[in-house]
Design a protein around this ligand. Structure first.
Ligand code: SF4
Length: 480
């Protein structure tokens, strides 16, 4: 009896010491990163991505990165440029010149401190990741902005997806595109891309598929490729992903390549090809599992999500994870609905010993009705504080630190009612109402926003004002 008591005390003390050491290491890393971040910023707008990163968005347009909000492509020519033509084009040279001069780029708005959707912006993360490259970036850039550097980090996407997530946009999911096209109240979210004829669009997509495959394999041949980020759409449904990965998994160069994924985890195999097995050959693999809630909430927020499929695939993923260079993170997009249902996700993350990271939703023309900023400030902050308390009650475990940071960031954000003029606020609420109604019609289900929110939250949403009725099919122009 006494022995058992001593054993328990010894285990508890060892766990406590381990936790304190981990916290100290984390604190030290944060201090280090902040100091270096300040030093690495050549100018306030400098970002290494236009020198080292190649991005093709889910509609085949080349951009600086996945959160660049440059104008959407409206023609076949704009959507189908090979990398060689784009890399030192006037557009890219201009971006590099302006970044080195310290000019603010409107297209990089999502990295500004007041607009970023994570505690650390994409630019901060890129600066930390590519810190050793900064001297080379300076040395290998001409005055006109052209560079002799080649991309080492690729993020090439496709819109093919089997889910219709409410926090997403039709630009990133083929399943959402079909749904939006059928509903005038939300068709605006399709953007200018929808104006392209079917034939032209298919031509652009198939050309970009060829470029994506060829450019990735060529970067391997040249020895440039260090990292690929696979996201979509759903990468496991992207034929280019399958072809490139089947090829790379047998290449001796795989051991020098790191991979990052964002997947909905709805499948782990393509035909007879076992995706997880093929990842064994790579240097480091980090899989972000996009999940916004469990059970009914998960199924409501991500139409296509099935709890039983998720459970089965997650078990297999956890078995695969037993290795030093393999990491799994749950990637949650914080929104009005899951803000009130975070505790089951917290417990799941702790039980499974995986990090639960979170980002704030970036508003699009398809998802305003799920923005937490729709709530009055006091109510929004109360819900966030309740979630923070729930983390504290669980002893602030490491698994929840990412979520905690994002909840704190959300606390600093004003509500729409506070930050917008009355007419802007009215217009945004009208859009949110229109979207919510359209989705209720398109996806009738026993779980609804109203039934899943606390009464106080539902009652405080500006959805019951008659002045917000939808009157036309061409409401105001898209921000993104
Ligand atoms: S500053 Fe931000 S938006 Fe601009 S290229 Fe870098 S990561 Fe992308």
């Amino acid at each position: 009896m006494l022995n058992r008591l001593f054993d328990n005390l010894r285990t508890a003390a060892a766990q406590g010491i381990r936790r304190i050491i981990r916290r100290l290491i984390q604190w030290r890393q944060n201090q280090w990163s902040e100091r270096h971040l300040r030093r690495l910023r050549l100018t306030p707008s400098f970002c290494p991505k236009p020198w080292l990163h190649a991005h093709v968005d889910a509609q085949g347009a080349r951009r600086l990165c996945c959160i660049d909000i440059a104008r959407l492509p409206t023609s076949f020519a704009e959507c189908s440029k090979p990398l060689d033509e784009y890399w030192n084009s006037e557009e890219m040279r201009d971006v590099r010149r302006r970044m080195l001069r310290g000019e603010d780029l409107a297209r990089c708005r999502n990295c500004r401190s007041d607009e970023k959707n994570r505690q650390r912006s994409e630019r901060d993360l890129a600066l930390l990741e590519f810190r050793d490259w900064v001297p080379q970036i300076v040395a290998q850039t001409e005055e006109n902005g052209s560079t002799t550097l080649r991309p080492i980090d690729f993020d090439y996407r496709s819109a093919v997806c089997n889910f219709r997530c409410r926090i997403c946009t039709p630009r990133s999911s083929s399943a959402l595109q079909a749904e939006h096209a059928a509903q005038p109240e939300i068709a605006e979210a399709l953007g200018p891309w929808a104006g392209l004829g079917n034939h032209e669009r298919q031509q652009a997509e198939s050309l970009m598929d060829q470029y994506r495959e060829h450019e990735l394999l060529r970067a391997v041949e040249l020895g440039d490729l260090r990292k690929i980020y696979w996201a979509g759409g759903e990468p496991l449904l992207d034929p280019v992903h399958t072809k490139v990965m089947r090829n790379l998994a047998h290449s001796p160069k795989a051991s020098a390549i790191s991979l990052t994924y964002n997947t909905n985890l709805s499948r782990l195999r393509v035909g007879g090809w076992n995706w997880l097995e093929s990842l064994m050959a790579f240097r480091r693999v980090h899989i972000f599992v996009s999940v916004d809630g469990l059970g009914e909430i998960g199924e409501y927020l991500r139409t296509g999500f099935r709890q039983e499929v998720f459970d089965e695939n997650f078990r297999e993923l956890q078995a695969w994870r037993q290795g030093r260079s393999r990491q799994v993170t749950l990637d949650l997009t914080l929104n009005l609905l899951n803000l009130y249902h975070l505790e089951p996700m917290m417990d799941f993350a702790i039980r499974e010993r995986v990090e639960l990271d979170a980002k704030l939703m970036i508003e699009s023309l398809a998802n305003s009705y799920l923005m937490i900023e729709l709530l009055p400030r006091a109510l929004k902050d109360r819900a966030l504080e309740t979630a923070l308390c729930a983390i504290d009650k669980r002893g602030r475990p490491e698994e929840l630190l990412g979520l905690r940071r994002t909840l704190q960031l959300a606390l600093s954000r004003p509500s729409w009612e506070e930050s917008l003029s009355p007419s802007e606020y009215q217009a945004k609420c009208a859009r949110a109402l229109r979207q919510w109604r359209a989705f209720e019609k398109l996806r009738p289900s026993p779980t609804t926003l109203q039934s899943s929110l606390p009464e106080t939250a539902w009652g405080a949403l500006p959805f019951s004002q008659p002045s917000l009725e939808f009157t036309g099919t061409h409401p105001d122009q898209p921000p993104v």
